[in-house]
Write a protein that binds this ligand. Structure first.
Ligand code: NAG
Ligand code: NAG
Ligand code: NAG
Ligand code: NAG
Ligand code: NAG
Ligand code: NAG
Ligand code: NAG
Ligand code: NAG
Ligand code: NAG
Length: 894
């Protein structure tokens, strides 16, 4: 059947198998049986409730031990959007818990609140992850309700007394909504509340003193709101508090010493605020995790801060702390971040002898002096070591080679000298190695090419001499290689074809010809060979480097000959060379001395046009390819509407689509595998048209039919965080897919453009994770994306991401289709199912791209199985309570 044989088959059939197996005798009352059957008729597919079986055997239905009454109903993740069925549920008078999380409900009917409010035993309600808007309903009745989860909705307004009747409320979760006003204080007339989660909203004002009367509180999470003022000084009254999270607000003042009275407090996070003053001595006496990063704390770090033995994680990075690094570490210390402060003195060697679990150590961007202590080699679990941007001197200790779990080693911008020890070659898990801006000499040891997991290698600006090891080709996962500003000589060897971001060999003494073997680097975007002694012509083969955008050759006096004709996207800089640009007027011409650039428009004009265009297409500026209108139009040999939506059906006009893709000025975005155009339909409405780039691999002769069938499957994907195709058109050699227009452009645009607030970052991360989780949830065939990057995530609004490029999984599946494996294997996003552990470094491409190294750190030991990003995110919040998501999301800007 070819490459589409494992199109996700019905998720339903799997569910049916599950719920038909148990044969349960029905002892349910006629009433409840009738109600349930009635309910099942009101629920659309894919809810797999089959009335010919007893309701107690239905999936998501819980009965009491004797099967005589229903106590729980869970309808999770069924894309339910109509809420009329909700009041029916309240007819089950014995209901104790009701869970409709992760659907698309946009309202709760009044009938539900009045009827369910009367159920005497109802303890849990979960509406998390729906599309509820408007004000929080007023809960009348609900005398027994202990847990209310309305998180991840679009609820708004302020909260007055809507919850005050909930006299039994123990857990309230309103995270990730749009609530404003001040923190609610009327949370059930009794004060039994234990969990109060109000994070990621717009609550403002002060932390109200009234909260301190809820003495049973164990968890308070106000992260990512707009709170200001101080932490109440008598916070010590909440003596049951175990977790206090105040991160990402605008709180100020000093960290109150009364926190020391909270002997049960295990996690305290107040990062990303404006706290001032010192870190109170003794603050860690009971904590396992402390995060005060990104504040304005000053003074020295208390000498005993790290010694309490239960302590596992401390983050004080990005403050104004001075003094030295404490010398006594808790034996349980797992993560230590002191980066970006004013710490001075040595890295205390003795401290590392007895911290076997230390996994993350960041002391970067301080004023530390002295050498890198060889004692670090006893921290065998170390996965990240970041000592960059200090004044460290001496050599790289060969003992570092014993840290075989190391994944990230950043030592750049110090004053290290000596040679690179060959023992570095033992760090087989190393993914990022940055030794740039030091004074390292000698040659690049060929052992470095044993680092089979390496993605980023930066040794720029040292005194490295000798030639580049020819075995560099063995770095099969290398994405970026920076060797500029050294004394390297000899010829350029064959480079790993996985290179994508950039290959920089500039400012060395490299000689010989530009290798024609560069043509295999078809993912490479920037090639910098400037300031060397290269000679001869530019090999014609280089014009086949399909991703190239910049070719920098200046100051290689011996380069000569004619510049071959590159595509219009390639900028060739060749000043200070003997190269001749002989392109005819309708070919690219030089637009400034010794530069060949995009399609003959001067840079100034191009910039002007780009600015104007960016202004017109607000938010879609990244890759506006400026060019004149191209007369060529594709001939669509087949076009089909996929969407059932009548509005789209009436608006989509294939003729207009054809015109739009013929005009390169409509290009708004390019990802690795596709190009997006915007098309204005005759009705005036705008759509995205995506052209698949690797056309010849997508549509081998005679496969058009299968392509259409595959797309039909994707058109049925029904998740608000996944881009769903509305229509498609095929030309003889490529495919065009139409989508709803998304006015905010890609996540990439937003990240690299305006300031994105923390709340939005968090919501985007969560939305992306939900989209991925949805795709991975296909029972028969999880969809793992090939090239997930911030460019393939579109933003419907600043809080609604949609994962794009979904169809590529089937279209270019390297495992199943012939011949294309190597084409994709080097791609950052490639996750071969089943080889996840082997590719653990690649496991979370999106997260890596989004969050940089912070995320890179989490994947691995704890999550050997990377099947479900969403679960990961949740576990992150729980297991890695200390490794808060907001901090990760901070990496978005990096
Ligand atoms: C059964 O349902 C009827 C009508 O809905 C109601 O009047 C009656 O009280 C119910 N009986 C029981 C035992 O719940
Ligand atoms: C909401 O918060 C409660 C209490 O901490 C927690 O048990 C629940 O899992 C949270 N819900 C979500 C969707 O995170
Ligand atoms: C709390 O409940 C009591 C009765 O249980 C009632 O008298 C009182 O007015 C209530 N207080 C508030 C603020 O609703
Ligand atoms: C705390 O919880 C206990 C048991 O749930 C309850 O008896 C007590 O009244 C609560 N404390 C307050 C201040 O409500
Ligand atoms: C944060 O608080 C400071 C005063 O402490 C104030 O000047 C500033 O405007 C506040 N920022 C925001 C975003 O509310
Ligand atoms: C903390 O505890 C000490 C001794 O138990 C007590 O004197 C002090 O008032 C407490 N501080 C606060 C703010 O609760
Ligand atoms: C290190 O971690 C392991 C498991 O994560 C734990 O069992 C062990 O006790 C820890 N060792 C120390 C010294 O804390
Ligand atoms: C640590 O590294 C040194 C030098 O590279 C080596 O001699 C020693 O055997 C290593 N120790 C272990 C336990 O691997
Ligand atoms: C390295 O630098 C130190 C001073 O920081 C100097 O004493 C030493 O001789 C240097 N070693 C080499 C090999 O250059």
């Amino acid at each position: 059947m070819g490459r589409f044989e494992y199109i996700p088959t019905s998720f339903l059939s799997i569910l049916f198998i599950f719920c038909f197996c148990p044969m349960v005798l029905s002892l349910l009352s006629q009433n409840q049986t009738k109600t349930m059957i009635n309910l099942s008729k009101n629920l659309p597919p894919p809810v797999p409730w089959n009335a010919s079986y007893p309701p107690c055997s239905w999936m998501g239905v819980d009965c009491d031990p004797t099967n005589s009454s229903i106590v729980g109903i869970s309808l999770i993740r069924y894309s339910l959007s109509a809420s009329d069925f909700l009041p029916l549920v309240c007819k089950i008078q014995t209901l104790e818990h009701f869970d409709v999380s992760n659907n698309r409900l946009s309202s709760i009917p009044d009938g539900f609140i009045t009827e369910c409010g009367k159920i005497k035993g109802l303890k849990k309600l979960n509406f998390s992850g729906n599309m509820l808007g408007g004000d929080l309903p007023s809960f009348h009745g609900f005398d027994a309700l202990e847990s209310l989860d309305m998180s991840l909705n679009y609820l708004e307004g302020s909260i007055g007394i809507q919850l005050d009747g909930l006299v039994s409320l123990k857990s309230l979760n309103l995270t990730s909504n749009n609530f404003g006003g001040s923190i609610p204080t009327k949370l059930g007339n009794s004060t039994v509340l234990e969990h109060l989660v109000l994070s990621v909203n717009h609550f403002g004002g002060k932390i109200p003193d009234e909260l301190l009367s809820y003495e049973n509180l164990t968890e308070v999470d106000f992260r990512a709101n707009l709170l200001s003022g101080f932490i109440p000084s008598n916070i010590g009254k909440l003596s049951n508090l175990e977790s206090l999270v105040l991160s990402s607000n605008n709180l100020t003042g000093e960290i109150p010493a009364s926190l020391l009275n909270l002997t049960k407090l295990s996690r305290f996070a107040a990062n990303q605020n404006n706290f001032i003053g010192p870190v109170p001595p003794g603050i860690t006496n009971h904590l396992t995790s402390l995060d005060l990063s990104f504040n304005k704390l000053s003074g020295p770090i208390p000498e005993d801060l790290l010694s309490p033995s239960q302590l596992q994680a401390v983050d004080l990075s990005n403050n104004m702390l001075n003094g030295s690094v404490p010398t006594k570490f808790s034996p349980n210390l797992f993560r230590l971040r002191f980066g970006s402060n004013h710490l001075s003195g040595n890295i205390p060697p003795g401290a590392f002898a007895a911290v076997p679990n230390l996994t993350y150590l960041e002391l970067d961007n301080n004023d530390l002096t002295g050498t890198i202590p060889a004692e670090l080699d006893s921290c065998r679990k170390l996965a990240l070591l970041n000592l960059a941007q200090n004044h460290l001197t001496g050599v790289l200790p060969p003992l570092l080679g014993n840290l075989t779990n190391l994944q990230v080693l950043r030592l750049q911008m110090n004053e290290l000298n000596g040679t690179i020890p060959i023992e570095i070659g033992q760090l087989h898990k190393l993914s990022i190695l940055n030794l740039s801006w030091n004074s390292l000499g000698g040659s690049i040891p060929s052992e470095i090419t044993n680092l089979s997991s390496l993605n980023f290698l930066n040794m720029q600006s040292n005194n490295l001499s000798g030639s580049i090891p020819t075995s560099i080709e063995n770095l099969k996962l290398l994405i970026e290689l920076q060797l500029g500003e050294n004394q390297l000589s000899g010829v350029i060897p064959i480079m790993p074809r996985s290179l994508q971001a950039s290959l920089n060999l500039s400012s060395n003494h490299l000689s010989g010809n530009i290798p024609s073997s560069f043509d295999i680097l078809d993912g490479l975007e920037v090639l910098d060979l400037s300031n060397n002694k290269l000679s001869g012509p530019i090999p014609k083969e280089l014009t086949g480097m399909s991703s190239l955008t910049q070719l920098l050759l200046s100051n290689n006096a011996l380069l000569s000959g004619e510049i071959p004709k590159f595509s219009q996207h390639v900028e060739v800089v060749y000043s200070g060379t003997g190269l001749i640009n002989n392109t005819s007027p309708d070919n690219p011409i030089a637009n400034r001395p010794n530069t060949v650039s995009r399609n003959g428009i001067s840079v100034a004009v191009a910039v002007l046009i780009a600015i104007v265009a960016a202004f017109v297409l607000v938010g879609l500026p990244t890759l506006l390819v400026v060019s004149r209108k191209n007369c060529w139009q594709p001939q669509f040999i087949e076009s089909n509407l996929l969407t059932p939506n009548a509005i789209h059906k009436s608006r989509i006009h294939f003729g207009k689509a054809m015109e739009a893709v013929a005009d390169t000025s409509n290009v708004t975005l390019k990802t690795r595998f596709s190009t997006y155009y915007t098309a204005i339909m005759p009705s005036g409405s705008i759509y995205f048209i995506k052209k698949l780039n690797c056309s010849n691999k997508i549509l081998p002769l005679g496969s058009h039919d299968k392509f259409g069938k595959a797309l039909e499957v994707y058109a049925k994907l029904n998740n608000s965080n996944v881009m769903t195709p509305l229509a498609y058109a095929l030309s003889i050699d490529t495919a065009y897919i139409l989508y709803e227009y998304i006015s905010n452009g890609s996540l990439y645009d937003v990240l690299h453009g305006s300031m994105l607030d923390w709340g939005s970052r968090y919501t985007i991360a969560v939305g992306v994770a939900q989209g991925l989780s949805f795709l991975h949830g296909f029972a028969s065939s999880p969809i793992l994306l090939l090239d997930l990057s911030s460019k393939s995530i579109m933003l419907k609004s600043l809080k609604e991401p949609q994962v794009g490029d979904v169809e590529l999984y089937h279209v270019i599946n390297p495992l199943k289709s012939t011949g294309n494996f190597s084409e994709v294997v080097g791609s950052v996003g490639y996750i071969p199912p089943g080889t996840i552990t082997r590719y653990s470094g690649q496991c979370f491409p999106i997260l890596r791209e989004l969050w940089g190294e912070a995320m890179l750190l989490i994947k691995w030991h704890e999550f050997p199985d990377c099947k479900n990003y969403w679960e990961l995110m949740i576990s992150l919040q729980v297991t890695f309570a200390t490794f808060h998501l907001d901090r990760l999301v901070a990496g978005l800007v990096l």
